[in-house]
Ligand binder design. Structure first.
Ligand SMILES: [Zn+2]
Ligand SMILES: [Zn+2]
Length: 215
């Protein structure tokens, strides 16, 4: 599966600075966290002759879903989010628009509510949904072959904030511990910042000391 960070390479605007990914396999693709302008996402998919099959949110924070409704309208693709973050689409207090003082924005309700453990076919490959609560109660990571999109759960040398109203620092640590134990060899693509490797986080991430087995 090809993974492209559109925020870094193909966006004409900064959105809210979180990463928007295009996952491509064969002639199908998935958009993860449509945080940039809809037109940029559509042209990235068109450039690769890919049909957008899914729109997936790693969680329900405002900085990851800017183009959600526009993209759904343009493509007809269903929107997926974990059931525990479903309310974020329709309540700006849950998505944190209100918390950060941005204009309060609401979206259409999601089409498919995830629980974790789902396998979504894409081209000849698939995307596996891994439930990782903590940063929000409905955070997910997406496993694509040897790579994993980690959303706001795990960053290169940092972790997601757990001081928000619906965050839980203990659960976040449990989720990261599970990722370290179960997926120590994957390349990671976080929701903010650059890509890295799980192994490097296990060894060097200063916010997750003691959670991995490597040291
Ligand atoms: Zn977030
Ligand atoms: Zn974020």
């Amino acid at each position: 599966m090809k993974i492209r960070n559109l925020t870094l390479s193909e966006s004409t605007s900064f959105g809210y600075s979180s990463n928007c990914f295009l996952l491509c396999s064969g002639d199908e693709c998935a958009v993860v966290d449509p945080s940039i302008e809809c037109d940029d996402i559509l042209s990235a998919a068109a450039l690769r002759d890919c049909r957008i099959k899914y729109i997936i949110l790693t969680h329900g924070h405002f900085d990851h879903m800017h183009a959600l409704d526009a993209l759904k309208k343009a493509t007809g693709a269903p929107v997926y989010i974990h059931k525990n973050d479903a309310k974020c689409l329709t309540d700006p207090a849950f998505s944190l628009y209100s918390y950060f003082g941005y204009p309060e924005t609401v979206f259409d309700a999601a089409d498919v509510l995830l629980e974790g453990g789902e396998v979504l076919p894409l081209g000849d490959e698939s995307i596996s949904v891994i439930y990782t609560p903590g940063h929000t109660p409905g955070c997910i990571c997406l496993l694509c072959g040897e790579s994993m999109l980690t959303g706001d759960t795990l960053f290169d040398m940092s972790v997601g904030r757990y001081d928000f109203p619906r965050s839980d620092g203990v659960k976040l640590r449990e989720s990261i511990k599970m990722l370290y134990n179960d997926y120590p060899k994957v390349k990671i693509y976080p929701g903010h910042g650059g890509a890295s490797y799980m192994e490097l986080q296990i060894k060097k991430n200063p916010f997750t000391r003691g959670l991995g087995k490597a040291d």
